[in-house]
Design a protein around this ligand. Structure first.
Ligand SMILES: [Zn+2]
Length: 145
């Protein structure tokens, strides 16, 4: 539903100038509704890796409805790395409840096998309001700890 949001990369790079030096495939492949939660994650990254030093983005995308932020850490100490991984876990969990289009409270939804997170206003898919998944779809988080 939402792909390749050019403004998202521009907005984030305006906040974190070091993002301009990051080269990763396919760019910011998710919706601008996630700008706030991505900003919060990148704020933690900047605290732990000033200027983005040691933090290398591999890929950022939506998959099965929620965000996937793949990155590598180079010469980052263990405590800092743990805080970044914790922030990434939080980012992932927040994406499950944040409309990818507008950033308001959203829920995971399904339309013809396509999963996405949207608020009630943005839940229409090909003209239809789609049903919301139940808690069984949160398997990814139940197994995380
Ligand atoms: Zn929305």
């Amino acid at each position: 539903m939402v792909r390749r949001e050019p403004d998202l990369g521009e907005n984030l790079t305006a906040k974190f100038a070091w993002l301009a030096e990051q080269k990763f495939a396919w760019g910011w492949d998710c919706g601008i509704g996630w700008e706030k939660i991505l900003t919060d994650f990148l704020t933690t990254v900047e605290q732990e890796c000033p200027g983005g030093k040691g933090f290398e983005i591999r890929q950022v995308k939506e998959k099965l409805g929620t965000v996937r932020f793949y990155f590598a850490l180079k010469n980052v100490d263990e405590a800092a790395a743990r805080r970044i991984y914790d922030a990434e876990t939080l980012l992932d969990a927040r994406s499950l409840h944040t409309c990818e289009i507008c950033g308001e409270r959203g829920r995971l939804r399904s339309a013809e096998g396509y999963r996405f997170v949207a608020c009630d206003e943005h839940a229409a898919f090909e003209g239809r309001i789609v049903t919301t998944f139940g808690p069984e779809t949160r398997y990814r988080f139940l197994g995380a700890t």
